[in-house]
Design a protein around this ligand. Structure first.
Ligand code: PLP
Length: 464
């Protein structure tokens, strides 16, 4: 072991020698990530494999304290706001005797050591550090949610995936892989879905579901999957922390489209896989090796944006979810109130909060989502024309696809999902506030009623 004297790296700044084991243990590049990974590699499955695993040390802090500080150990500069690094490549050690393949220790910050940005880069590493802390397992980021799902299936390489409904894009990824590998799907909604599953197969559960915002019972699926030696993978995009912790209910891998709440401002694409700590060593190493060759990493700017957004995750998500619940309760009441304008055009409202309300006090859903049921819900209008036209009558809801941003969105879902009921509108609640959003909906319903009445009367509506 090297001596424990610190070395000066600048005025008033010193670090411990980078070769000191307690500093470098667990750093990504201490363990080669390409072909010679096995050589001299004595890590076990319980060892941290990436520097991001070190962020797991802040579990005693609040969610916001973690999203604001879990990447502090990667700070080598005095700046409070993270610097943005655009470099794709990082200088090797000047000392030829110190050159080791894929080990490129940064003397200013040994935890923040990089070789090439298709493997790792400073801004995405900081994002992964925060995600590791708040998701409770080592997290890797990808260029989009679908590239994360693709990477997950490539890595686990199941023969069968049990899946039912949910985001259509994930079914598209499975279709592409089935062309290459013969991967088959099994209908998760079949009560005997697990009958033909074999060890190593995947049970993929999205909760809450796109597009309706309804939830599924993770403990139930974890038990069925594990009994058969299968893995439970959970797409928790609709319920980021603090709404849902899939590891607490048996998930082996958590997947997120980080494009949604982690990004939070409708301006970045991101995918995330968090690995249950029981699989961490080998799985994180393997996923990272494969990401290096698939090349599906996030860009540095997106990594920077992601860190900036995660700082406010808790306050955003709590408010978005609480306001969505208020809107759902109000809409459900208005739908049943024969005197209200909403009752003339709203057929049904879907959201996990309505499922929970239908359950006995301490049902699985109340336990699974104790902090709220998510900011997305769906409304079935009485006919497809109402659904097509309502978005154009709203002022505060942008008519656009996606969700999770600070701006409320509504989407006539038929615009992007060919298989969906044409009466369905999906709402993603932002930060505008319940009262203003409710009033916008009321004026939208009234404008739609007036338009329909005029149409029925055969009168052209000026400006329509
Ligand atoms: C539940 C869910 N999973 C995955 C994705 C795909 O994410 P991305 O658009 O970031 O690829 C989406 C996108 O809407 C989604 O809603």
């Amino acid at each position: 072991m090297a001596g424990d004297e610190s070395i000066s790296v600048g005025p008033g700044v010193s670090v411990l020698p980078p070769t000191q084991p307690e500093l470098v243990e667990g750093i990504a590049h201490e363990n080669p990530v390409v072909s010679d990974a096995g050589a001299g590699n004595d890590t076990t499955d319980s060892d941290p494999v990436t520097a991001t695993a070190l962020a797991g040390r802040l579990q005693h802090l609040s969610l916001s304290a973690q999203t604001i500080h879990a990447d502090d150990f990667l700070n080598s500069h005095q700046s409070v706001a993270p610097p943005m690094h655009v470099s794709t490549t990082f200088r090797y050690n000047d000392d030829p005797d110190e050159l080791r393949p894929w080990a490129n220790i940064n003397p200013n910050n040994p935890y923040d050591s990089h070789v090439y940005s298709r493997d790792s880069a400073p801004n995405t590493t900081r994002l992964e550090a925060v995600l590791t802390s708040i998701l409770h397992g080592p997290a890797l980021t990808y260029s989009s949610g679908l590239s994360a799902f693709h990477a997950l299936l490539v890595f686990l390489n199941p023969k069968r995936v049990a899946i039912g409904g949910g985001y259509h894009g994930c079914h598209g990824v499975i279709q592409v892989l089935s062309k290459l590998t013969g991967l088959r799907t099994v209908d998760l909604l079949d009560p005997d879905f697990d009958a033909d599953l074999q060890p190593g197969d995947v049970v993929h559960v999205e909760t809450p579901l796109n597009p309706t915002g309804e939830a599924r019972d993770l403990a139930y699926y974890a038990e069925r999957a594990h009994k058969k030696g299968c893995y439970l993978t959970v797409d928790a995009t609709f319920a980021p922390p603090p709404l849902l912790d899939p590891f607490a209910w048996g998930a082996d891998v958590i997947m997120h489209s980080g494009t949604k709440y982690f990004g939070g401002h409708s301006d970045m694409l991101c995918g995330v896989l968090a690995i249950n700590p029981k699989h961490a060593g080998a799985w994180v190493r393997g996923l990272r090796e494969e990401r290096l060759v698939l090349g599906s990493v996030m860009g540095s700017f997106e990594g920077w944006l992601g860190v900036r957004s995660l700082r406010t995750l808790e306050v955003r998500v709590k408010k978005q979810s609480a306001d969505a619940e208020k809107l759902v309760a109000w809409l459900e009441g208005a739908r049943k109130d024969a005197g209200s304008v909403a009752s003339e055009m709203v057929a049904e409202v879907k959201h996990a909060s309505l499922q929970a309300a239908a359950m006995e006090g301490n049902g699985w859903l109340a336990r699974q989502m104790p902090n709220g049921f998510g900011p997305v819900f769906a409304v079935y209008m009485k006919d497809a024309d109402f659904a097509r036209r309502l978005p154009s009558k709203l002022a505060l809801f942008h008519h656009a696809t996606s969700l999770g941003g600070v701006e409320s969105l509504v989407e006539w879902r038929a615009m992007t999902d060919a298989g969906v009921d044409k009466r369905l509108l999906r709402f993603s609640i932002g930060l505008e506030g319940f009262e203003d959003l409710r009033d916008d909906l009321i004026q939208g319903f009234e404008a739609l009623r007036a338009e329909r009445a005029a149409k029925d009367a055969g009168v052209a509506v000026a400006g329509a």
